[in-house]
Structures are given as structure tokens and as C-alpha cells.
Design a binder for this molecule. Structure first.
Ligand SMILES: [Zn+2]
Length: 430
């Protein structure tokens, strides 16, 4: 199903000419921002110098750290009276990045969310529980307005009060749920402990943190849903810049609204489809806060195959943000890899925590892993066997030795927003 078939399937010359027009408009819009005015002057490129979409490579990149220098409103390209809403990024260090939206921006964003939800089969017949944070985090209001645009019945539950959330799903006949994968897993656990099934659910929309295919299997089985992956970040409006279709083999980017490049993160060289690198995005319809060649820090690739659904090029599911990446004794480790291994081991429960420390100048990684009840009360030698199995399987994937501590079911912290499963104590020991 399509929400806007013409735009969703735009390809070839028609897409090129729309992207070119919108890119030139975006460059002119960006000239209203002192940072970009200076950057464009110094690089000697302006909108007139862009004659085809690939000329975008003449423009310099924008980095996260650039945006921080503009705190709070230094990257707004319109007078503040035209900004009707503000969100902020979930920065963990220093000041967050403030993103602004004009009324038109909010319309554009809702349109993209409406496309995503229609693409996975949701209609005005559906009841949608939006179990994500409704504050400055973009996931709450972003999905809310997109779902209303379709005419779905929206239950703006937010996070927390999990037992009540489960009652609402059943009492209201909720068919579609939006949550972070970690909160969805918590919700499933609580439903299980209440002895309640969730028979009306059919669709799960999960995003805001990377999650593995094994996590997908676990969520689908526990919540009785088909699970779809959502990608985006506040700098691109929010979630929904790219989304899985029914094929669930990569995420469609909305190419009428974003120009997507993959670069070698070291050299900045643009890579071909099928080559893995850093995702660089230029939104081309944003009024309040245009961005040029924004380096996301996310690692993915453009997929070469045509999707049977008829929409444009997809990106591969994300394996992690470069921000989340841990370097352990010189080896890159993503928490999502750990999760993927743990989810594939039947004795392992739902939560884990990673602790990284430096002992005698060497990085040590310790992982606390919850074990399912039926195994936790077993014999000591069985526990030792499970512990060794986890250690061996992690070693095979990560190439790093880990210390594994098995802990009681439901003893580790649960997360209602983005999961924070890594505690890195090395910061002050370099
Ligand atoms: Zn598709």
C-alpha cells in the first residue's frame, strides 16, 4: 500500500530533477545561517554552481560538533517566530543540539511517517499505541502526528506504567505498537508475568536504538507481531527518514526529501552502492534547519537490488552508531553484536549490562547476563556450561575475551527510553 505513490516510487530522471531543484533551494536556505554562509564562501560553491545532484560532492561536510557550536538557535534559517516547535537530540555529553520546525516542516515530517505506516499495512482501521517518550525526544510527537494523519486511533501512552499499558492494549484492541526495542521487550516480560496475552497486536514498529535480527525474532514471538525497523535522527526531523517495507530486507530512504551518500569515514571519499561506510544525509525539504552533507556517524551501505515493492533505493539495517562503538584492546565492538549473540542462546534471559574498565593498563570487558528462571535454579555445572558457551560464542564474533557473570532473572535495570547497557569506566584512566 502507498500513501503517496508518485513520490514514493520516483526514480531516474524525474527523481534527479526534483532532487536538483530541492538541493539548490536548500543551499540558498542554508545561506541564511552564518555558519553556512561562511562555509559556502570559503569553499567557493553556491547554488548556481550545482548543475547535477552529484555536484553535491563539491560541498563540505557538516559534523555533529558544528551543530553544537550553534547552541541554541544558531542553525535556524528562519526568524524564530516562524519556528513552531523545538526538539533536542539526546546528547549524553555537553549541551544537546536544538532542532527547530516550521509549520511546513511538521507537515513534511507527518507525511513521511504516514508513508511509513501505510507501507507496512496500517490504515485508519488500526489502533496505535505510541509507547515512547513524548517530550523533547522526536519519536513521540513525530509518530503521533503521522498516525493521526492516516486517521488511526492513537493511544498516546508514552512510556512507563507498564501494567496499565498492557491493560490498554487489551481493553482498546490495540493493533500496532511503537516502542524502543528494549522497552518492547520489557513490556513483553511484564505481560508474561501478569499471565496476559496480547492477542490484538499485529504490528510492531521499533527504532531509536540499533537492534539485531535475533532481537526481531524474540520480539515477534513474545508480542505476536510483525516487527519493522525505523531509522532517523532529530537532525533529519526525527524517526521515519527511512523505514522497512513488507520485504524487511533493508530500509527505504525517502529520496524526494533526503539525498543519501555513503563515504569512507577516514578519507571522505564517496563509496559505491554495496560498499559499507558512514551515512551522510542532506535533507532537501527542511525550512527551519537545513543541513548540508550531514555526517551521521552511522555505518551502513546503499543496497543495489531493486525492491519488489517498487520504491527507491534502500540502505542496509544499521549495525550501530560509531558513537556507541567501544574500542576494546584496539578492536571495534558494537553493543548490538553482543545483543545478537546473547539473543541466539536459548538459556539467556532478556537483559544484559556491559562494564568496561582498564586494569593494569589493559581493557577488560565484563558482561552481566540474565538467565531464564528454569536454568537459573539448575545445577552449578549447568551454569558453568552456559557461562562457557556465552564466552566462547562472544569470543568467536567479537574477537575479544569477556568475563561473563550470570545473574538472576529480572535483576538488571529495565529501560523505558533508550537502553543504556554500557558503562565505560575508562574515561579518567587514559
Ligand atoms: Zn520495498
Amino acid at each position: 500500500m502507498f500513501w503517496n505513490k508518485e513520490m514514493e516510487t520516483l526514480k531516474g530522471d524525474a527523481l534527479e530533477s526534483l532532487q536538483l531543484k530541492r538541493l539548490k533551494w536548500t543551499i540558498r536556505q542554508a545561506e541564511n545561517i552564518p555558519f553556512y554562509k561562511k562555509m559556502l564562501n570559503e569553499s567557493g560553491v553556491d547554488a548556481d554552481g550545482i548543475r547535477k545532484v552529484s555536484d553535491i560532492r563539491k560541498l563540505p561536510f557538516t559534523r555533529k560538533t558544528d551543530l553544537r557550536t550553534g547552541y541554541p538557535f544558531g542553525f535556524f534559517a528562519v526568524p524564530k517566530k516562524q519556528v513552531v516547535r523545538i526538539h533536542t537530540t539526546s546528547g549524553t555529553t555537553g549541551k544537546p543540539t536544538v532542532v527547530g520546525y516550521t509549520r511546513q516542516d511538521l507537515d513534511n515530517w507527518s507525511e513521511l511517517i504516514a508513508r511509513n505506516m501505510t507501507m507496512v499495512g496500517l490504515t485508519d482501521e488500526d489502533t496505535f499505541q505510541n509507547a515512547v517518550n513524548y517530550g523533547l525526544f522526536t519519536g513521540g510527537l513525530g509518530f503521533h502526528y503521522g498516525a493521526e494523519k492516516i486517521g488511526m486511533t492513537v493511544v498516546p501512552s508514552g512510556t512507563g506504567n507498564t501494567k496499565r499499558q498492557i491493560e490498554m492494549i487489551n481493553d482498546f484492541g490495540v493493533t500496532a505498537l511503537h516502542a524502543t526495542p528494549s522497552y518492547a521487550m520489557h513490556l513483553a516480560e511484564v505481560a508474561e508475568s501478569m499471565g496476559t496475552d496480547l492477542p490484538t497486536l499485529k504490528t510492531g514498529l521499533f527504532g531509536a536504538e540499533p537492534w539485531s535480527d535475533n532481537m526481531r525474532k524474540a520480539l515477534e514471538q513474545k508480542l505476536n507481531v510483525r516487527a519493522f525497523d525505523s531509522y532517523g535522527m532529530s537532525e533529519m526531523y526525527g524517526p521515519g527518514a527511512a523505514f522497512e517495507c513488507e520485504e524487511r530486507n533493508g530500509l527505504h530512504f525517502w529520496h524526494d526529501s533526503y539525498i543519501v551518500e555513503i563515504i569512507d569515514p577516514k578519507t571522505g571519499e564517496v563509496l559505491e552502492p554495496g560498499q559499507k561506510g558512514e551515512l551522510v544525509v542532506t535533507p532537501i525539504v527542511k525550512e527551519a534547519m537545513p543541513l548540508l552533507r550531514y555526517r551521521t556517524g552511522d555505518i551502513t551501505m546503499i543496497l543495489e537490488d531493486e525492491c519488489p515493492c517498487g520504491r527507491g533505493a534502500k540502505i542496509a539495517r544499521l549495525t550501530g552508531r560509531s558513537d556507541d562503538m567501544l574500542v576494546i584492546r584496539g578492536i571495534n565492538v558494537f553493543p548490538s553484536q553482543i545483543e545478537d549473540v546473547l539473543q541466539s542462546i536459548p538459556e539467556v534471559g532478556d537483559q544484559f549490562m556491559v562494564y568496561v574498565d582498564r586494569v593494569n593498563h589493559l581493557d577488560e570487558m565484563k558482561i552481566e547476563v540474565e538467565i531464564k528462571k528454569e536454568f537459573f535454579n539448575g545445577e552449578l555445572r549447568d551454569l558453568e556450561r552456559i557461562q562457557r558457551k556465552i564466552q566462547d560464542q562472544l569470543k568467536a564474533i567479537l574477537q575479544v575475551r569477556t568475563e561473563i557473570a550470570l545473574v538472576e532473572p529480572e535483576s538488571l535495570p529495565r529501560f523505558e527510553g533508550k537502553a543504556k547497557r554500557v558503562i565505560d569506566k575508562r574515561g579518567d584512566k587514559f
